[in-house]
Every structure is written in structure tokens, then in C-alpha cells.
Design a protein around this ligand. Structure first.
Ligand code: AHR
Length: 550
């Protein structure tokens, strides 16, 4: 909805609603009285929001590649050169900037040579995840057919307008093979045997791959290294890697959650050869999954997980509480990095994030790690993207795990069926932040109170992020309360608003989700804006406000 003279200059003015009156004491019968306030400070820019923060992750795991991304050239499923057409169309819409591939843990078991050359000559290999597959899983999930490899992935990226981000195998291939993969992707037509091989497959132009992950989770499935051992490998893999005129941006395998020792140990090891070494590292990969819904009863990876679909309001807050740990993790690792890399050459790349539930909600039986994203996951995802937006100087890139048919997926697909999940809609709503100038914004709202195992617990009442492009201010806001709307006064300090539009993602039921049969249960909707510069953020919602400034 357009509203002329919306948000009258700074609306109610700086002191319109003293914070002392915002303690949740407003009786419900005067719901129109704001109990919350957002103040955006255009004079306090935080930095440019890297578009790569809105990145994605695809692994040869369960139904992600086969059935998700790749359906095959002769498939009855609408496709572009074997790639699912509906996926391409959706990813264009959200301006997907970068896609990470081929793993994940799969990456450190993968030989890139298996996935190039004539398709009918490519070998079948045991997939890293084969032991986790079950009797319902199709053979292609257990035994990698290599129909989809580097060419197909690079083509997929080109179709959707994304940068490819390849993760190299450090655990079981040599540095030489890493250089060869770079050569295959980036050496100019006619220059090398590998460039000829690429051209012979129909790709004469180099793929120009800039982003290279040097291993994945090298503290675990990627080699079980100590940070010192991995630091040595990292130096060896990246020193004098061939460039072919294409800048290479290396991403080092980083910590799992709050493993500060990994970050410190790795940075100290890198620094042993002098501080200039940090100039060669684009990013440190931080992985953080929110999985433990046991209310602190266990740290067991299997026992601690919750259910994707069947949950109580306390589990809603429990998941958000876990997701909210992202901010201290970013700050903590940034500080640890800065103790050694004092000029902060290296940024954070949060290339695996999202909730991880126990099995049972998969829409396609047999797709391991597939789960059903609900409104809870949309709110979680909005909150996480807002967190990234608030730290533009620290975060160079991120990737939601994983794009399709997996954990916090934007899309679910099986054969001809395809649906955009609530998480996918959040990415669509937030795309306008990409490349914007992040602004400081102050969110003041009563905390949400709830009972956690008989004890009072609380969570923040409103959070979000703001960015500016020219005269357009984009404000995204999460209301985590399962049943309390937030009547909010919005102040833009020192600027006049001409008009605004609002898009809200919510649903009457916090468990709402989109299925192949009911694809519209959670979809973004335009909402009316009030003249007086206030907005009611519905319970359990993610909102995007586009505000035109004078
Ligand atoms: O995203 C699933 C898995 O989680 C990835 O393969 C691995 O890197 C992480 O442990």
C-alpha cells in the first residue's frame, strides 16, 4: 500500500514515547497505543551489506542434487539442460548471488575428475553419505552417478546469475589436484589439456571460479586435523595456486559454533609465516546449526534434536534462542581473529547455518536430512539474515544449509512437484538488502515472557535490520512472540518519508508450512500502513518495509 506523507518527518519526534512507558503495561484494549519503537539512524552507516550474505549451499547429499537441482536432460520434469526449471526461475527472482558446492562433508571425499568428461563414461562412486541412507533412498543418493559435476554446476550458476563457490578436497586429494581443478575451471580456451576437455564438453569459456573453499569442517569429516595441521595444509594448497587472470578468493575451514580454540589455533599457525599471510585469505568459514531443543538436558547430537513439525510454543522460543547465538558467535570469532589478524583482512563466511531437526518430516521418504520448514524456520531465517546485516564489516558471505530438499531449504521438490517454503519466501523478501548500506537501528520492545520447564523465561520483543540504497530505506523486522502483536512507532532520524510499502510473512498457526498440495499456507502479503508512522507487527511474523525518503 502506498501512503503519501507516510511517516511524517521523524513521525512523532524523538521523545514521543518515553521508553519508561514501554514495559508491556499497555492494556490490550488500547492496542493502537504503541508499546514498541524502532529508530533508524541514517547518519550512522555500518558498512555495505555484501550480496554474498544471501548465498546458498548444495551438496551431493540425499535429494539435494538428484531430484532437487538435477532432473536430467530427458526428464519429463520441466528443465533447462537437465536443471529443474522451476528452481532456476525462483532463484533468479531472489537474486541468488553465490552457491557453494559440492559439499559439505561430501567435498572431502569427492574427486572432481569423476564429474567431468563424457557423461556415459563417468564412474559411479560410493557417496560420503551412503551409510546414512535408508532402504527408501534411491540408488543415486547412495552411489554417486556423477551425472552432475563441475560443468553442470557452473552452468546452473550461470543460469541463475550466481557466482560458483567450490569446496576443494583436502582430506583425500592432493594440492596438485586442487590446482588441476582450478586449471580445468579457469584456464583459457586452447591453453591447456584441461581447458580443451572443458571446451569439448561444450564450455569453451572459462568458468571463472573466484571462490574456493579449502576443505570443509577440517576439524571433523574434512580430515580430523588439529588447527595447526590444517593451517599447514591451507598454506600448501593456496600458495601459488594458478590464477589465469581470475582473482582467487580462498575460504579457510573455520570453527564449529563456539570452538574458539580452532579460530585462535588456526590464525596463530597462519601468522607463523608473518601477518602478510592473512592477505591471501578471503574468509574463515563458520558453521553453526541450531539443533539442541532439549532445554539443556543433553548435548547428544541425536537425543537433543527436536521435531520440525510437532512443537510447543516453548520449542519455538528454544529454537530462536539457539539461533540468536549467531550474534555472539560472530562477535567472539571476530575478536579472536583480530587478536592475530589485527588489520582484519580476513572476514567471516558463515557458509552453513540453519535449524537441524530429527528425521521424520521429510516430504519425500528416503531423502535423508530433508525436513519441513515451517513459519518457525522463516522467523529463524529472518532473524539470522538480520543478524548478518547488522555486521556488514565482519561478514563477507553466508550460505543457508541447504538450498533444496534438505535442512533449512528454500525449496522442496520431488519429480514434477515443487514448492517454495516459508524460508524461500524470506529470502525473496530480504533480497532488497543486498548491496545496501546497513544503518544502525534501535529496536525497543517489551520482552516476550514464557514458561520454560516451570521457570520464567524471556526473549527479545522485536529485532531487525535496516539498509539504504539511494533514497530507498529497507527495514526488516521480526516479531518472535507467538501471540502478541507489536504496535510500533517508527522513527527515521533526520529524514522525511514520502511513501512506504509493507510485506508481511505470517500465518495463524505457528506450525504452518507449505506442501506440494497446499503451497500457499505461508506466503508474503502486502499490508496496510498507518498514516501516523506506526505499524503493527503481527505475532510470529517477518516484515519488510520499503520506505521512500524525500
Ligand atoms: O549440511 C549437512 C552437513 O553438515 C554438511 O555436509 C557438513 O559440512 C555439516 O556437518
Amino acid at each position: 500500500m502506498q501512503r503519501r506523507e507516510f511517516l511524517r518527518n521523524t513521525l512523532l519526534g524523538a521523545g514521543a514515547l518515553p521508553l519508561s512507558q514501554q514495559a508491556g503495561l499497555t492494556p490490550s484494549w488500547v492496542a493502537a497505543v504503541p508499546d514498541s519503537r524502532i529508530e533508524v539512524l541514517p547518519a550512522e552507516p555500518l558498512g555495505t551489506i555484501s550480496p554474498y550474505i544471501y548465498g546458498h549451499f548444495t551438496e551431493h547429499l540425499g535429494g539435494v542434487i538428484y531430484d532437487g537441482v538435477w532432473v536430467g536432460r530427458n526428464s519429463k520434469v520441466p528443465n533447462i539442460d537437465g536443471i529443474r526449471r522451476a528452481l532456476v526461475e525462483q532463484m533468479r527472482k531472489i537474486h541468488a548471488p553465490v552457491v557453494r558446492y559440492p559439499g559439505g562433508c561430501f567435498a572431502d571425499s569427492y574427486d572432481w575428475r569423476d564429474g567431468v568428461g563424457p557423461v556415459d563414461k563417468r564412474p559411479r562412486r560410493t557417496n560420503f553419505w551412503a551409510n546414512d541412507e535408508n532402504p527408501q533412498s534411491p540408488a543415486s543418493h547412495k552411489y554417486e552417478p556423477n551425472e552432475f559435476g563441475t560443468n553442470e554446476f557452473a552452468h546452473f550458476c550461470k543460469l541463475i546469475g550466481s557466482q560458483p563457490y567450490l569446496a576443494a578436497n583436502v582430506r583425500s586429494l592432493s594440492a596438485e589436484q586442487f590446482y588441476r581443478w582450478v586449471e580445468y575451471c579457469n584456464s583459457p580456451q586452447g591453453s591447456t589439456t584441461l581447458a580443451d576437455l572443458r571446451a569439448g564438453a561444450g564450455y569453451p569459456q572459462p568458468f571463472g571460479v573466484r571462490f574456493w573453499g579449502v576443505g570443509n569442517e577440517s576439524w571433523g569429516c574434512g580430515g580430523n586435523f588439529t588447527p595447526q595441521e590444517y593451517g599447514e595444509e591451507f598454506r600448501r594448497f593456496t600458495t601459488w595456486a594458478p590464477e589465469y587472470g581470475q582473482e582467487l578468493s580462498f575460504i579457510a575451514s573455520g570453527p564449529n559454533g563456539d570452538d574458539w580454540d580452532w579460530t585462535r589455533g588456526l590464525f596463530e599457525e597462519i601468522a607463523r609465516k608473518g601477518p602478510s599471510q592473512f592477505r591471501r585469505i578471503y574468509g574463515l568459514a563458520l558453521h553453526y546449526y541450531s539443533w539442541n531443543l532439549s532445554h539443556g538436558r543433553t548435548q547428544d547430537w541425536n537425543q537433543g534434536k527436536g521435531d520440525a513439525l510437532n512443537f510447543a510454543p516453548v520449542d519455538w522460543y528454544e529454537l530462536l534462542r539457539q539461533g540468536d547465538e549467531m550474534e555472539p558467535l560472530i562477535q567472539g570469532h571476530w575478536q579472536a581473529m583480530g587478536e592475530v589478524d589485527q588489520e582484519h583482512h580476513v572476514k567471516l563466511v558463515v557458509d552453513e547455518w540453519g535449524p537441524w531437526y530429527k528425521p521424520g518430516s521429510e516430504i519425500t521418504p528416503g531423502d535423508i536430512l530433508e525436513q519441513m520448514p515451517t513459519l518457525r524456520d522463516a522467523v529463524f531465517s529472518g532473524m539470522t539474515l538480520d543478524t548478518f546485516n547488522r555486521h556488514p564489516e565482519k561478514i563477507a558471505m553466508a550460505a543457508c544449509a541447504q538450498l533444496i530438499n534438505c535442512l533449512n531449504s528454500l525449496y522442496l521438490a520431488h519429480e514434477e512437484k515443487f514448492v517454495v517454503t516459508p524460508v524461500g519466501h524470506v529470502f525473496g523478501m530480504y533480497a532488497a538488502h543486498q548491496g545496501g548500506q546497513a544503518l544502525r537501528a534501535i529496536f525497543s520492545a517489551p520482552r516476550v515472557n514464557y514458561q520454560r520447564d516451570g521457570q520464567p523465561a524471556s526473549f527479545w520483543g522485536l529485532q531487525g535490520s535496516a539498509s539504504l540504497k539511494g533514497k530507498e530505506l529497507f527495514l526488516t523486522v521480526v516479531n518472535p512472540a507467538v501471540n502478541e502483536p507489536r504496535e510500533t512507532e517508527i522513527v527515521i532520524r533526520g529524514a522525511k518519508a514520502l511513501s512506504a510499502t509493507a510485506t508481511v510473512l505470517t500465518a495463524p498457526d505457528i506450525h504452518a508450512h507449505n506442501t506440494f498440495d497446499q503451497s500457499q499456507a505461508v506466503v508474503p502479503q502486502a499490508r496496510e500502513l498507518k498514516e501516523a508512522g506506526s505499524f503493527t507487527f503481527p505475532p510470529a511474523s517477518v516484515t519488510g518495509l520499503r520506505i521512500q525518503l524525500r
